[in-house]
Design a protein around this ligand. Structure first.
Ligand SMILES: [Zn+2]
Length: 313
């Protein structure tokens, strides 16, 4: 069954998901894309118990919940509210604050808005475990710092963030961002090794911290042209200041993860929508291994475990 496209406007979205029944139907289809299979007896037919929001197997009467394993499970909030929240979180480029969400949907309770957004966000803080590869721009930047520090590398009171941007043709593809403790060669090469497939081409500036990149098994190009990674840093800083009014150092990595998540899924809003709702099958888009083939003896990239399960632990 071909996966449905994604609503292009909020008007279209509301036509798709006008009520609880429409949302339930979507959950059932996402859950069982090839049709319902009873987890108890393997039966394929069911009754829909509208009032209780459960499916009941026609054969053995087992009752299955279409929200099990999702952020919506056992929530007192209606599915339409969850769907609207997920839509706003995944389609608004900068995301939204709990106050904005509370106003948008007319919730009385700030706590409810805060908790719902927090749960949706928790599904996006997991970074892909696969490495990026091919042509990569790498650089570091300094974020925050309320007291004036020295300018440039080594500025005080600022958090250092390393960034890597995978470039395909003339466009940025995927990004990796990480808080790093210093700009020594060991740290910078460590960042590269953690996130980038060996043998890739790494573009950096002439900073000495990158002098060991070639020795670590990469093709190293020193250049001043680091357009993509500079643009990512610039947009990241605008986002941190504009939407979140600055971020404390101990939480910065979570925001970097959220930014990375939005960036890497900007072309696939349906996948992002389903992921934040916890409709399990993490669809990360093509992986490096998937694109270039897995070498013999290498371990095939595994899908990350269900983030919602971890959340509920
Ligand atoms: Zn059954």
């Amino acid at each position: 069954m071909p996966r449905p496209d994604f609503p292009k406007t909020i008007f279209e979205f509301q036509q798709w998901f006008p009520d609880e029944t429409a949302c339930s139907k979507f959950l059932i289809e996402s859950r069982w894309p090839d049709g319902f299979i009873c987890p108890h007896c393997g039966g394929r037919e069911y009754y829909w118990m509208d009032k209780r929001g459960l499916l009941q197997c026609t054969n053995c009467r087992f009752q299955a919940s279409p929200t099990a394993g999702t952020v919506m499970h056992r929530s007192r909030q209606p599915l339409t509210l969850w769907f609207n929240a997920a839509y706003l979180v995944t389609t608004l480029t900068p995301g939204l604050s709990a106050v904005q969400f509370q106003r948008q949907v007319g919730l009385n309770n700030y706590e409810t808005a805060f908790t719902m957004l927090h749960k949706l966000r928790a599904a996006m803080v997991r970074q892909g475990r696969d490495k990026i590869g091919g042509m990569i721009e790498v650089d570091e930047t300094y974020i925050g710092g309320e007291r004036p520090g020295r300018v440039g590398r080594g500025a005080l009171n600022k958090v250092i963030v390393a960034g890597a941007v995978e470039v395909r043709g003339t466009a940025a593809n995927r990004v990796r961002l990480q808080v790093i403790p210093d700009v020594t060669g060991a740290t910078l090469v460590g960042f590269i090794q953690e996130h980038i497939v060996e043998g890739s081409t790494i573009k950096t500036d002439e900073f000495r911290g990158y002098s060991r990149v070639a020795a670590a098994g990469y093709h190293h190009i020193v250049t001043k042209e680091l357009v993509h990674v500079h643009r990512v840093f610039s947009n990241l800083k605008t986002w941190l200041i504009g939407t979140h009014h600055g971020v404390s150092p101990q939480h910065l990595q979570a925001y970097l993860n959220e930014y990375t998540y939005r960036f890497n899924r900007r072309g696939t809003p349906m996948a992002a929508f389903q992921t934040v709702l916890g409709l399990a099958k993490e669809r990360m888009g093509p992986t490096y291994a998937g694109l270039y083939g897995v070498k013999k003896g290498e371990v095939k990239w595994k899908h990350p475990t269900n983030p919602i399960a971890e959340l509920n632990r």
